[in-house]
Design a protein around this ligand. Structure first.
Ligand SMILES: [Fe+2]
Ligand SMILES: [Fe+2]
Length: 304
């Protein structure tokens, strides 16, 4: 028997999180495997549209729980009422609907629509901006780590959902630095053991911050991004495969970015020297196949 990773009974249509739009509201009931199940409430006399996606292979399904809706298809008005359903697959043009009364739709999408509208996710990315704003030298650090991490994950042929997880974790990995005093983050010299102990709280703090949000599934990667293969990392001193692959990827991308950007205490290294250093630590601190993937990417980009 396989264990059920998640079982949840909902008692109302407010769901996991709800966003209010000017036309009504959208609540997320469930998400997983790239699919989202939502409840969309639309006020009377409103138009709403379904748009083609830049990704092919997108399916959007709607079941009318309440209300009357009309749409024009090939010049002909179609009426859709309670109990009807409709769906679009691989849509090429915008499809517009009008509500003749207040409508409630069960909305299932194979693309994470809600995720992108979520207040929680917007709040988290705001915190990333604040963290980076505290420290001039880490400006855009998160998006660079995200970019390297995506390229490495692609090079390692990970599944698209995994690559997506790693992309979000790349952006959010240092979110737990939000309450670390600026003087410690920006200190030009060596940190005292007390100061370093404070820095070391950020992976667990980041994990704590995303718990209970839509991003909770990233908590392992965020919590482990400073772990090292030989167990010399923090906060848990995990070894080898006990460190999740996403965290092993972020660790390499993070260190590479730290080495190749100017810091208060040292100048940026050339990518060639940074890769040499990462390779000397492969199998000790860093996952050798992750380092090899980064090296290959930099070669392809003529950066070595
Ligand atoms: Fe970090
Ligand atoms: Fe970082």
């Amino acid at each position: 028997m396989t264990t059920m990773a998640r079982f949840f009974i909902g008692h109302d249509l407010n769901g996991i999180e709800k966003v209010t739009q000017d036309s009504g509201e959208l609540a997320l009931l469930a998400r997983g495997g790239g699919t989202e199940v939502m409840i969309q409430k639309i006020n009377s006399d409103r138009t709403f549209s379904i748009y083609p996606s830049d990704q092919s292979d997108v399916m959007e399904f709607f079941f009318v729980l309440e209300g009357n809706i009309t749409t024009i298809v090939n010049g002909e008005e179609k009426h859709i009422k309670k109990g009807n359903y409709f769906y679009v697959y691989d849509l090429h043009e915008v499809l517009t609907f009008n509500t003749k009364s207040k409508a409630t739709l069960l909305y299932i999408s194979s693309l994470p629509m809600f995720y992108l509208l979520s207040n929680q996710i917007r709040a988290m990315t705001k915190i990333v901006e604040q963290v980076e704003g505290k420290d001039y030298y880490t400006h855009n650090h998160s998006s660079r780590v995200q970019n390297y991490s995506i390229k490495i994950a692609e090079k390692l042929h990970l599944r698209p959902e995994k690559i997506d997880d790693i992309a979000w974790a790349g952006i959010l990995h240092d979110i737990g630095k939000i309450n670390i005093p600026d003087e410690i983050l920006n200190k030009p010299g060596r940190l005292t053991p007390e100061e370093f102990a404070i820095i070391k709280t950020h992976p667990s703090e980041g994990k704590r911050m995303i718990e209970g949000t839509l991003l909770e599934y990233l908590s392992e990667i965020i919590a482990q991004h400073h772990e090292r293969l030989d167990g010399s990392g923090y906060p848990q001193g995990l070894k080898g495969d006990n460190i999740t692959l996403g965290a092993r990827i972020i660790a390499v991308a993070d260190s590479f970015d730290a080495m190749t950007t100017d810091r208060p205490y040292k100048k940026a290294m050339h990518p060639r020297d940074a890769i040499t250093e990462l390779k000397s630590l492969a199998g000790i601190q860093f996952d050798p196949k992750v380092v090899a993937a980064l090296e290959e990417i930099l070669k392809e980009e003529d950066k070595l």
